[in-house]
Design a protein around this ligand. Structure first.
Ligand code: AP5
Ligand code: MG
Ligand code: ZN
Length: 216
């Protein structure tokens, strides 16, 4: 089984949607840097105060801060049998730091799933997204409706719209993705671990391909 996994892709490609299904099956920790920052903001911690303005604008939180929280998280015991990184790495510096860290921990990445999706679809997905306040599960007002409006199917928590899911921040997020994160595809292609999945084909397709790649 390939269980040291990175999920990559532009904002709205479906990383969080796939991650929720994979962790239900494989019981490995879901490490989403975006979720970690949102939790810190909610709890009013020093990290939250630092991350808030960057996130609202759609900018990346500085590398040293982001690398620091991932270093700490990946070294924990519950990552010894696998982990699912979602939204990290996003810059070359982050990818290089991750390589060093996972080598030291003997927890090398063995699968990189890159979900691609065209920009028109990304804009539709992000503009209708609602997210659970408790567990972070993503929904969509048209495409992925919860059973009860405004309520999370998984945990019963209330759904809300992320503050960075607006037209202005999305422009910045997309441009950061194309300039800083997309180039990492060739970084991971060289490692031989990268697989591209077409996100437009729907979340069932992406999930069934992903479990074939991960194995039992
Ligand atoms: P983060 O939380 O990682 O956001 P993101 O990368 O912009 O990605 P999203 O969460 O928006 O999209 P997703 O791919 O998870 O899509 P989802 O499954 O929700 O980061 C937020 C911010 O935190 C960054 O901008 C930055 O400031 C900071 N940050 C985080 N990591 C950082 C890092 N490493 N370095 C620096 N800063 C960092 O799906 C989207 C929508 O589409 C949902 O509504 C969903 O229901 C719907 N949907 C999903 N699949 C389908 C489908 N197949 N068909 C129809 N609808 C679908
Ligand atoms: Mg997400
Ligand atoms: Zn929930």
């Amino acid at each position: 089984m390939k269980s040291n996994i990175i999920l990559m892709g532009p904002p709205g490609a479906g990383k969080g949607t796939l991650a929720k299904r994979l962790i239900a099956k494989y019981k490995i920790p879901h490490i989403s840097t975006g979720d970690m920052f949102r939790e810190a903001i909610k709890a009013n911690t020093k990290l939250g105060l630092l991350a808030k303005d960057y996130m609202t604008r759609g900018d990346l939180v500085p590398d040293d801060v982001t690398i620091g929280i991932v270093n700490e998280r990946l070294a924990k015991d519950d990552c010894s049998h696998g982990y699912l990184l979602d939204g990290f790495p996003r810059t070359l510096a982050q990818a290089e730091a991750l390589k060093k860290l996972t080598e030291n921990l003997k927890r090398d990445v063995n699968l990189v799933i890159n979900i691609d999706c065209d920009q028109e679809e990304l804009v539709k997905r992000i503009s209708g997204r609602r997210v659970c306040k408790n567990c972070g599960a993503p929904y969509h007002v048209l495409f992925v409706k919860p059973k009860v409006e405004g309520v999370c199917d998984i945990c019963g928590g209330p759904l809300f719209q992320r503050s960075d899911d607006n037209e202005e921040s999305l422009k910045v997020r997309l441009s950061n993705y194309y300039n800083m994160t997309k180039p990492l595809i060739s970084f991971y292609e060289k490692s031989g671990n990268l697989v591209n999945l077409d996100g437009i084909k729907g979340s069932d397709y992406v999930y069934s391909e992903a479990i074939k790649l991960i194995g039992e």
